[in-house]
Design a protein around this ligand. Structure first.
Ligand code: CA
Length: 224
């Protein structure tokens, strides 16, 4: 039996267009699904609203500086493993990066093979510690796309259903606008109705209470 191919999601926050394009190529070729951000504001937003297996975060960024982005993620409970890239490579800078909550720190210029090896190690450690996410009626396992039901048994979700539920479950207190969910989960779709359709699918499989409707605003994870 062969293991399923699991695409790992990576957030790349880097303002240097050439380096960003080169890393995008390299990382995509290594099997990562990559989202890119060119400034700290966009990087902050993506890290807060989407889920990733790992992030590569440049330190010197326009809008919001890299370590500030990292501090804000950590303050909001975002636990993506982060590798900080920096032109500053002396020990004090490294310590500052690690103190801000980075798992790893690499000074520019860096060796590409070393970057890849470190990212693989971060993803592996994160996956091993990956928690099941509480949802009404059970626990979501984002790796297998299943909900482990409280009464036993597993309910299989499609990839899109899982992405939608995972997005809500990672930020259980947050109300997501339908347009935000369209952008985050169904980036290739244009009709906002697809969000409602997938909420319907989730409720049909998992019970009506799994997703709460916030009238006039959007959806959030339901309360058990
Ligand atoms: Ca930079």
């Amino acid at each position: 039996m062969t293991a399923p191919v699991v695409r790992r999601r990576l957030l790349l926050v880097e303002d240097d267009p050439q380096l960003s394009a080169m890393l995008l190529d390299l990382l995509t070729g290594e099997g990562f699904d990559v989202d890119t951000a060119r400034d700290g504001q966009r990087g902050l937003h993506l890290g807060l609203s989407r889920s990733y297996d790992v992030a590569v975060l440049d330190r010197g960024l326009p809008a919001i500086e890299g370590l500030d982005v990292l501090g804000r993620w950590r303050a909001r409970g975002v636990d993506i493993p982060v590798l900080v890239l920096s032109a500053l490579g002396n020990p004090a800078d490294r310590v500052e990066g690690l103190d801000a909550g980075a798992e790893d720190y690499l000074a520019k210029p860096f060796d590409l093979d070393e970057l890849l090896a470190r990212l693989r190690a971060l993803v592996r450690r994160h996956r091993e510690g990956a928690a099941l996410l509480p949802v009404p009626g059970g626990l979501l396992d984002p790796q297998t796309h299943e909900v482990v039901a409280e009464g036993g048994g597993r309910i299989a979700l499609s990839e899109r259903e899982c992405d939608l539920l995972e997005t809500l479950a990672r930020h259980p207190a947050q109300v997501f606008g339908r347009d935000t969910l369209l952008d985050l989960v169904f980036a290739d779709a244009e009709d906002i109705g697809v969000v409602d359709t997938y909420v319907y699918y989730l409720r049909r499989k998992l019970g009506r209470e799994v997703v709460a409707t916030v009238r006039g605003v959007g959806y959030r994870l339901g309360r058990s």
